[in-house]
Design a binder for this molecule. Structure first.
Ligand code: G6P
Length: 608
């Protein structure tokens, strides 16, 4: 969704802003723009479409100035046009504003501003910010932004420059992320680290209702009530090369291939082999209460939600804890009634998904304890939960989540194992699970080495417009995630179903043109899955099986088989999702789709 990058420093701002905008492309957007200040002049350019369109617009023009703000817009209020692209300005072109989020009371503000002479040039909610700031400005930009914050309802991460205030940018946040980056060459502000990771890894997070003035060599943070806040920079572990393709044609493929390391990074330093117990330091603030916990609710969206669905089975196997999984966007509208000592786990790659954030705030209101499983260090969910575990998976740039799903499953397994070992799970089971977890990276490598076979299967089926993914128990969330991957990036219609439900509807669709991906493990569900496959076969539906190595019976039934190595039942999902990811990737590639930036989708969904 919308992205922000700002710079004030020793160097020319425009190339730094363009580079930052390109780093934000993965978030999904439909127009872009920048405003660069040079003394009392501000030069603004905007364009509909990709960053390249903005670059074409700028062409050979030299844009002087070392202070600037830039934005990628994902349309909410008003179509994706140049007029609606940010930055927006006031009548006199003094103030320039970029904004992520939604100003909920913009309509009434706009009406009043119009009465006092403001002329609106766009259909956006953002433009009210420019007019309001201009109306409050008396030489102090920080104060004018603070007064504006008091007037607006809704969410914002914003950055503002003013013609009469050179070499200074004011940024503010409520609900939408904003971070400051500190380097020898200047100061940055951005909606996420990846926009500035090339220049600095020293960041300062703004909290909700805080604003900051940034200059070339300093920043000052204050609250909406003008109280000064002292906060020093933290070092993020992401490196510039993490955000590069490193020879891969797409980030999605790069991230699929990173998965052996992703698993390693999730377990490194977190296990005690001898005792068969994980060590999760991030949980220590709540440990005494957590070890008595009997109810967990996992709230999440998208792929993170499917990881939660999988975790339910894993927790049931390893612990005595009852787990419910909820879509964050639905959870917050329910009448929440928690049993005593219930923990909510918010699971989110970005840590900024608006629905997940809103869900935990509602759960907090109802007295539940909050845990986070988050990839982005210092993100809103990480800061609003009582304790949690980081994925340490590095940036995930491809819009379709891959390595984070695997990381989430790994972390959830560690968490379940830790709790299980403090309940009834035996030492032998603990040690066996840890051994199996440690074997996973090599097993994923083994699957990746068969990528060519999976590509050949994609060649055979990519023109089929409707697919079904089926699984039971541990295989069911993988069926849902496999279908999601395929539809997200290839635009092939796919449904993920619990195999037992097939005869209650989807079986009506089976025909020779509808392939079924059957996730079949050699576990207690095996024979039942075989029956489902038989039912499809007798209706002449093509079958692609993702099955366990050594399963010869499946060869006779399925048209194509992708084998995964043997592991524990609870870890089969981690291995079986990899062929699903590759299958989706190759289908999308053969269909010529925009794999890393699929249409209409955004990496980080910061509006509800
Ligand atoms: C978007 C992304 C998905 C992601 C979901 C939840 O829809 O495209 O890949 O799974 O948001 O995001 P989160 O950051 O909360 O895991």
């Amino acid at each position: 969704m919308c992205g922000i990058i700002c710079y004030v420093g020793k160097d020319k701002a425009e190339p730094i802003l363009i580079e930052g905008l390109k780093r934000l492309e993965y978030r999904g957007y439909d127009s872009a723009g920048l405003a660069v200040q040079d003394g009392d002049q501000i030069c603004c350019h905007r364009a509909k479409g990709k960053i390249i369109e903005l670059e074409k617009k700028i062409g050979d023009m030299t844009i002087p100035g070392n202070t600037g703000i830039a934005h990628t817009r994902w349309a909410t209020h008003g179509e994706p046009t140049e007029a609606n692209a940010h930055p927006h300005s006031d009548n006199d072109g003094n103030v320039f504003v970029i904004h992520n989020g939604i100003i909920e009371n913009y309509y009434s503000l706009k009406k009043n501003l119009k009465k006092s002479g403001a002329v609106f040039k766009s259909e956006t909610d953002t433009e009210v910010l420019a007019h309001l700031i201009a109306s409050y400005f008396d030489g102090d930009l920080n104060k004018a932004v603070r007064q504006t914050m008091a007037k607006v309802e809704g969410t914002f991460g914003m950055a503002v420059i003013h013609k009469q205030v050179p070499d200074e940018i004011v940024v503010a946040r409520r609900g939408s992320p904003l971070i400051i980056g500190v380097s020898d060459g200047g100061t940055f502000a951005a909606s996420d680290v990846s926009a500035m990771v090339r220049y600095t890894n020293k960041v300062v997070h703004l909290n909700d209702n805080e604003l900051a003035t940034i200059t070339a060599d300093d920043f000052t943070i204050s609250t909406g009530q003008a109280q000064t806040v002292q906060r020093s920079a933290e070092t993020v572990e992401w490196a510039a090369e993490d955000a590069d393709l490193n020879g891969f044609p797409h980030f999605m493929l790069k991230e699929i291939y990173e998965q052996p390391d992703t698993i390693q990074n999730a377990i490194r330093g977190r296990i005690d082999r001898g005792e068969g117990v994980p060590k999760l330091g991030g949980l220590s603030p709540v440990w005494e209460q957590l070890k008595e916990c009997r109810h967990i609710v996992i709230v999440a969206c998208g792929t993170s939600y499917y990881a939660g669905c999988e975790a339910k089975y894993v927790f049931e196997k390893l612990t005595e804890i009852d787990v419910t999984v909820a879509l964050a966007s639905e959870f917050r509208y329910r009448k929440l009634n928690f049993a005593p000592n219930t923990f909510i786990i918010a699971m989110s790659q970005s840590g900024e998904t608006a629905d997940t954030l809103a869900a935990i705030r509602e759960a907090r209101r109802k007295g539940a304890s909050l845990l986070g499983i988050v990839n982005v260090v210092g993100s809103s969910i990480a800061r609003e939960t009582d304790a949690g575990v980081y994925n340490h998976a590095g940036p995930e740039i491809g819009v379709a989540s891959t390595k984070i799903f695997i990381s989430q499953l790994t972390v959830l397994t560690l968490m379940a194992l830790l709790l299980g070992r403090h309940q009834n799970l035996s030492l032998t089971d603990g040690v066996e699970t840890i051994r199996a977890l440690e074997a996973l990276p090599d097993q994923v490598k083994d699957i990746l080495s068969k990528a060519n076979d999976i590509q050949a299967i994609a060649e055979k089926y990519h023109k089929h417009g409707n697919w079904l993914f089926l699984g039971r128990k541990y295989g069911y969330p993988i069926a849902m995630e496999g279908a999601l991957k395929l539809k997200e990036i290839s635009y092939i219609h796919a449904e993920g179903y619990a195999a037992g439900e097939m005869k209650h509807g989807p079986i009506a669709l089976i025909n020779p043109k509808m392939p079924t991906v059957a996730i079949i493990f050699q576990d207690s569900m095996y024979e039942k899955m075989i029956s489902n496959i038989q039912e499809i076969k007798s209706r002449r539906g093509p079958i692609i099986a993702i099955a366990t190595e050594g399963d010869e019976k499946i060869r006779e039934l399925a048209d194509d088989v992708i084998y995964i190595p043997k592991t524990l039942d609870i870890l089969n999902p981690i291995l079986s999702v990899v062929p699903c990811q590759l299958l989706a990737y190759y289908c999308a590639q053969l269909l010529g789709r925009n794999i890393d930036k699929p249409r209409n989708l955004a990496k980080s969904v910061t509006v509800e």
